[in-house]
Design a protein around this ligand. Structure first.
Ligand SMILES: Nc1ncnc2c1ncn2[C@@H]1O[C@H](COP(=O)(O)OP(=O)(O)OP(=O)(O)O)[C@@H](O)[C@H]1O
Ligand SMILES: [Mg+2]
Length: 228
């Protein structure tokens, strides 16, 4: 479960990016975060995996209170949260297999389990046959599928994605969305910031609209709205 209460975020330069957010996201939900550019969507998402700290307020993720979480415990939090970015953020000198295995190696998983788990998630994203390729040998959609495999290899209960289809063409974006649906159907909570109107209006889910750092709309099976 994700809970925020009275969350505010002012960046060091004085910009008030989040202006009082209260929200509960239950296990297994699929939530789109929409709103105009600069509304605070990425800031909202970054606070969930402690990339940014709120200036005040409470954030609880899977029972972990982020306001009192020590820096040394942040890796533990990140193990229960998979993160997917617009620009994939794969390590260029590692193969597909190694990029995905990395997350398990750092937690000291044994090599046999690593191999099995990595091949299982590469199978899910249909890239087992490219396990030995390097990121620059893949298309954008394939790179995003690798980053999705990496994000779920630890079996996180929550997946957070910031404009995961932002760099992809419409067909590839839909492939990625079908993968997200499958991951959600297996029980993972998904929170996804997006500007993709067609996806939000077709693949109906809960929609949270953020404007000027506030939630202005929160609807089950909502619409994208009238942003760019
Ligand atoms: N690191 C930062 N330092 C200072 N201000 C920031 C920082 N990151 C974001 N901001 C500001 O905070 C506000 C919210 O930004 P944020 O990136 O959360 O918006 P967004 O809704 O994700 O926008 P977009 O749709 O363009 O991605 C904006 O005014 C932005 O300029
Ligand atoms: Mg953003």
């Amino acid at each position: 479960m994700i809970e925020m209460s009275e969350v505010y975020k002012t960046y060091p330069n004085g910009v008030l990016a989040i202006n009082g957010i209260d929200i509960v996201i239950n296990p297994g939900e699929f939530v789109y975060v929409v709103g105009p550019s600069g509304a605070g969507k990425s800031t909202f998402i970054k606070m969930m995996y402690r990339e940014e700290k709120p200036s005040s307020g409470k954030i609880i993720i899977n029972g972990i209170d982020l306001s009192t979480l020590k820096e040394s415990k942040v890796p533990l939090l990140r193990r229960s949260i998979g993160v997917v970015f617009q620009d994939f953020k794969l390590l260029p000198k590692l193969t597909v297999f190694e990029n995905v295995a990395f997350a398990l190696e750092v937690i000291g998983e044994n090599p046999r389990n690593i191999r099995k788990r990595v091949l299982d998630v590469l199978d899910l994203v249909q890239l087992k046959h490219k396990a030995r390729f390097f990121p620059n040998e893949l298309s954008g959609g394939e790179q995003q599928r690798v980053s999705i495999a990496r994000s779920i290899v630890n079996n996180p209960s929550v997946m957070i994605a910031d404009e995961p289809t932002g760099n992809l063409d419409p067909d590839t974006s839909w492939e990625i969305m079908h993968l997200f649906e499958e991951i959600n159907n297996r029980g993972t909570t998904i929170v996804m910031a997006t500007h993709n109107k067609e996806i939000v209006n077709t693949l109906k889910k809960r929609v949270i609209a953020v404007e000027d750092g506030k939630i202005v709309r929160d609807e089950a099976r909502g619409e994208y709205g009238i942003y760019d």
